[in-house]
Design a protein around this ligand. Structure first.
Ligand code: 13P
Ligand code: SF4
Length: 301
């Protein structure tokens, strides 16, 4: 039996379901029951009947699935797969800003720790941040931890005062405008599709800005045949699957999320077999972090 077949059998035996983000390796995406961006996966996690969830992604994703589904067992194929940006804000800084702006809404990108969520008013993902911030009653918004998604939101919602925090994703942050312009020169017919975690100067020369699902849907629906992709190359698997005749180029050789890459097929099989790497969230933290996550799901309807 191949590993994929063994995983299929184990899923049935253990009443488990596999959720995978578009950034994990292609062979892991292939054994998943649900593949998507962070928003889709967090929504899907609340609708599942299975006893266990194996989350092929990084820590904040497994943690959010557990917070939303305390009665289910959630497992991470590699518990060291973590998003560095999730740790780029401290509770003290949130408290400081709350002291300075008493009416502030703390808007927390889902790429954050469970602890950060407990200090926040609402969570967002790259797919729903603009819509949610627009609909908040507060004038002052403290957007954590990503400065780039925060600045993208600020530009779309000019009526708000968006306070930024200096966090960033190392993978998207390193992409430079000059590299995009070079790629455009090399592929003059290509459209540039970028994730809002890219710096503002990159977004300014992009034709479309959206979440990983947004990028995949845009490329699929577009009449264009060639695209320059400003996000992690894990999305190429779904892009090529849906668009076998279209061409996709990366901007730099650094568009790899080393943490998502840790999630291998062997490790997926191993968690199913041994039930190791279960995600646990402290009860008090879970109860408090559930509030902004639930609010996100409600406000994005
Ligand atoms: P999505 O919200 O598009 O899933 O992106 C998550 C992420 O980690 C981007 O780097
Ligand atoms: Fe975090 Fe960046 Fe990896 Fe996304 S690509 S999970 S933001 S490190």
């Amino acid at each position: 039996m191949t590993i994929a077949e063994q995983i299929e059998q184990l899923k049935k035996e253990k009443d488990a379901v596999i959720l995978a983000h578009y950034y994990v390796p292609a062979d892991v995406q292939e054994v998943a029951d649900y593949i998507g961006d962070s928003f889709y996966l967090s929504k899907v996690a609340t609708t599942l009947k299975n006893k266990s969830i194996v989350f092929a992604g990084v820590e904040f994703m497994g943690e959010s699935a557990k917070i939303l589904n305390p009665e289910k067992r959630v497992f991470m194929p590699d518990p060291s797969a973590d998003c560095p940006m999730a740790h780029m804000i401290e509770p003290e800084e949130i408290e400081r800003v709350r002291g300075e702006y008493p009416d502030v809404a703390v808007v927390c990108y889902i790429n954050s720790t469970a602890e950060t969520k407990t200090y926040s008013d609402v969570c967002v993902t790259s797919a729903n941040a603009v819509k949610i911030v627009k609909n908040l009653p507060n004038k002052n918004i403290f957007f954590v931890p990503d400065q780039h998604l925060g600045s993208f939101v600020a530009e779309q919602v000019l009526e708000k005062n968006v306070i930024l925090n200096p966090g960033y994703c190392p993978r998207h942050h390193q992409i430079k405008k000059e590299q995009v312009l070079e790629a455009k020169k090399k592929y003059p017919n290509a459209l540039v599709l970028s994730h809002p975690e890219c710096p503002k100067e990159v977004l300014e020369v992009s034709d479309y800005i959206g979440s990983t699902s947004g990028i995949i849907n845009y490329a699929t629906e577009s009449n264009a045949q060639e695209f320059i992709i400003g996000t992690v190359v894990g999305v190429f698997h779904e892009l090529k699957k849906r668009n076998p005749n279209k061409t996709f180029h990366a901007i730099t050789s650094g568009q790899v999320c080393v943490n998502m890459e840790k999630v291998t097929l062997e490790k997926v099989k191993n968690v199913l077999e041994t039930e190791c790497n279960e995600v646990f969230v402290d009860d008090e933290v879970r109860r408090k972090a559930l509030v902004p996550l639930t609010r996100m799901l409600e406000l994005s309807k």
